[in-house]
Design a protein around this ligand. Structure first.
Ligand code: PEP
Length: 248
């Protein structure tokens, strides 16, 4: 995986406040070099985009959004468009996180439309896919992954993957403290690449699901893992920095 630039994305989810954010960012910035072979992205809650954007200015760390609305503008109270996020200097957008699929009822079709909206606004989509524990127990995980990925490919076209990131996040591993074993993760990451045609070797495929400082290194050592999407570990500066360094 030396051909692809390693990527670590911190998803703060619905956590933080101005004071905590300032302290966390100060610690992260003091520990992260201006230039690195690893690309680092932080995705704060929308109200804090300004704060995080201003604090990260001039650093090597980039800004991302946790979600986008698929429409350009209009009567959609409480929603935020991809263009607005690009206007706020976001470079990436997490699309189809399992918490949104499960808790906000996001369908594959809506996920596909969000993916298009993100790219249209100049954001790089980080498309999240992953099976449930029941699906894995039944041995259906590769089928589920194919279905979720193909549902998006059918709408956006394979060429959209010239500039997109995929994150494999088994639902049973996100926020649970249970991580996929290296063998489990590598199997799915390889399988994801096999669906990506001419982009198989160029798309960055991240692993997400209880990645911590103690297990990052063995996951990053796998040939088809190009970094991580982090939830909990992105809220602790030391843990976050250790994981970012493990990706070098
Ligand atoms: C996530 O939210 O994408 C995630 C992987 O969470 P955690 O690292 O806490 O499992």
């Amino acid at each position: 995986n030396t051909k692809r630039r390693q990527l670590v994305v911190g998803n703060w989810k619905m956590n933080g406040n101005r004071q905590e954010n300032a302290a966390l960012l100060a610690q992260i910035l003091s520990g992260w070099p201006g230039q690195s072979p690893v690309q680092v992205v932080i995705c704060p809650p929308f109200p804090y985009l300004y704060q995080v954007r201003d604090t990260l200015q001039g650093s090597a760390i980039e800004l991302g959004a946790q979600n986008v609305n698929e429409e350009e503008k209009g009567a959609l109270t409480g929603e935020v468009s991809a263009h607005m996020l690009a206007d706020m200097d976001c470079k990436f957008a997490i699309i189809g996180h399992n918490e949104r699929r499960r808790l906000q009822g996001e369908t594959d079709d809506r996920v596909a439309r969000k993916f298009i909206a993100a790219q249209h606004a100049g954001l790089i989509p980080i498309l999240c896919i992953g099976e449930s524990v029941a699906q894995r127990d039944q041995g259906l995980h590769l089928q589920v992954i194919s279905r979720q990925l193909n549902a998006v490919i059918e709408v956006v076209g394979l060429d959209a993957f010239a500039n997109a990131v995929v994150a494999y996040e088994p639902v049973w591993a996100v926020g649970t403290g249970k991580t996929a074993t290296p063998v489990q993760a590598q199997e799915v990451h390889r399988h994801i690449r096999q669906q990506l045609g001419q982009y198989a070797e160029s798309v960055r495929v991240l692993y997400g699901g209880s990645v911590k400082a103690h297990n990052a290194k063995e996951l990053f050592a796998l040939p088809d893992i190009d970094g991580a999407l982090l939830g909990g570990a992105s809220l602790d500066a030391q843990e976050f920095l250790t994981i970012c360094s493990a990706a070098i």
